[in-house]
Design a protein around this ligand. Structure first.
Ligand SMILES: [Zn+2]
Length: 166
């Protein structure tokens, strides 16, 4: 394995006379230890700077956000296009036919369906419907309207059945 040696000049202008006398008292072996320590420290700093620069180069430029994006900052500083997605505010509906979800403090909250808008660059926006933490369903705007209509229809159907059966 080859290594690149970086020569670094240390400016002693800021060192006090007392410290300078202490430095001058170091043995050649101690100076060599110090030189190796400084070299390792410099190498670590250079590696970190190089990694930070490489990461900076790989980040994607901001995208044009959807007008309803809650972030609305173009999602800068990410390295993968899949992370540059726009999301709208969400609406949630508690769903009582599912078991309540235990929280870390031991309390329970109802399971819920969450609905919000999403889009990614170069893709048509969609309506995202999720149940709890599950993957959920992606709907085009027309499909979302159709589903909304179906929900209204069947909410009426089962309500009518309940009324007729009672
Ligand atoms: Zn956005």
């Amino acid at each position: 394995m080859s290594t690149t040696t970086t020569n670094i000049t240390i400016d002693f202008d800021d060192v006090s006379d007392e410290d300078r006398a202490l430095i001058d008292s170091l043995t050649p072996a101690e100076l060599e230890d110090a030189r190796q320590f400084a070299s390792a420290a410099a190498e670590m700093c250079l590696t970190r700077i190089a990694r930070a620069k490489a990461t900076e180069i790989r980040t994607l430029p901001p995208v044009d956000c959807a007008p309803w994006c809650v972030d609305h900052d173009g999602h800068p500083g990410v390295t993968h296009q899949v992370d540059q997605w726009c999301g709208s505010d969400a609406q949630t509906v508690n769903v009582s036919y599912y078991p309540a979800v235990e929280q870390t403090d031991g309390s329970y909250i109802p399971e819920r369906v969450t609905v919000f808008g999403m889009c990614r660059p170069s893709m048509q926006a969609w309506v995202q419907v999720t149940l709890g933490d599950l993957e959920g369903v992606q709907l085009t705007p027309d499909e979302a309207r159709e589903l909304a209509q179906a929900l209204l229809v069947f909410a009426e159907v089962v309500t009518t059945d309940e009324a007729a059966g009672s």
